[in-house]
Design a protein around this ligand. Sequence first.
Ligand SMILES: [Fe+2]
Length: 474
Amino acid sequence: MKNTASETTSGTPHAAPAMPSRRGFLASSALLGATLFSPLRAVAASPAAAPVATAAVDKAVKTGLPQRVTLTCSADMAHAVSATWRAAGPLQSPQGQIAPLTAGPGFDAAAQSFPAEPFTFETESGETTYQYSLTFANLTADTQYCFRVGDGRSWSEWNTFQTALDKPKPFSFLYFGDVQTDIRAQCSRAVRTAFRHAPDARFMVCAGDLVNRGHDDNLWGEFSDAFSFIAATVPCLPTPGNHDTKRPEKAPEPEAPYTAAPAYHAHFHLPANGPKNAQILNGEAYYADCQGLRVISINSNVFDDDAPTNAAHKQAWDAQLAWLEEVLANNPNRWTVVTHHHPIYSTSKGRDNAGLRSLVRPLYDKYKVDLVLQGHDHSYGRTHKLAGDQIVDPAAPGTIYIVSVCGPKMYPFKPKFESLMAATASEKQLFQVIDVDGDTLSYKSRSIDGQLVDAFQLKKDATGASTYLPTGKA
Ligand SMILES: [Fe+2]
């Protein structure tokens, strides 16, 4: 992975959100203040002023209308969830409201308000975007909620979602490989079919390359269109791919070219529980716990070079590796899933991420990671249970590695490690539903026509040891 350019941006990660320019922000605030807080009664009493005031109010209402509403997982999915959205201009009072779902109307009387933070960045054409983010915290576990976002005047619809239980309970989640291309036109089919198969999914893992050019705001708009209301219903759990790091060609060299472009962080407000001494990986290296399962995202772009390229890269490299071991070692959950973009066992001709494999595979063996969910190779390959780069007995300790693809960009399947694969497919857009039910994890991969492509189960005994049961094959 070599990025030679940087996105022109005034944005920063959510930990220190950037504001629009002070001049622009104050000018906008003056307009909003004049429109949002003018007594409407006075407007009605003054016929001459009414058309002007009404136009200004209309403009403010239109500016505030939320777009691209996206839920993202929190570290503790039983008690918190995060959301982002887009407005056409700066908002004076960005906020969200949340209330338990009731069978009838009137639920909003119990709504609690949460303030939101701005996150701005400039697109290649020089336009300033106005993204907002917040975390709904202190929620009740295993509860259906309604939420909306806006500025106190213009609101999104009330979307619904459900918090996780704070202990093991059966649930499903979705896993998508690279979305990346023809996102609105063709990936939408995969996402919507997947949702029909798992409408109660607690979250959806996107294994990187969410867009083809990480800096391209139009592509992020396509992403939002493809996921539509599903993004506001099922929290997203993304990991950054190599294409998500891309900055505009003529922009200066970024400080950390292996990190996701600002647009990624504008659209996903993810847990800040990554490596403490590599804050630059916030929202890229993180973990989330859900009903007895831990999902860990690492940014595999960090390890894509043969070795760190400078001191800052070395720090991110070392910190992410140490952090990965720490969150694997201190994991109270029964099930462990890791997601990163580059595969440990590639499925494409001529590809092999040997450096990544030598760094992290020993940790997956040592801490008995159950699944590794990946992308990058634009075909499908799912291994037998492996340890030490070898197929092991179904009841022996080991890990199952999967490469999948969601979008229509396809590479020929021709891996170096074909002998390790239990199921393969190519030229198919796929989605995966993974059910976790106590001691049993059931995995199903389907093509977007709904056909079963691959399936297996893992069953655990009282000691936590798993047995692999193949139940279907490509
Ligand atoms: Fe890709």
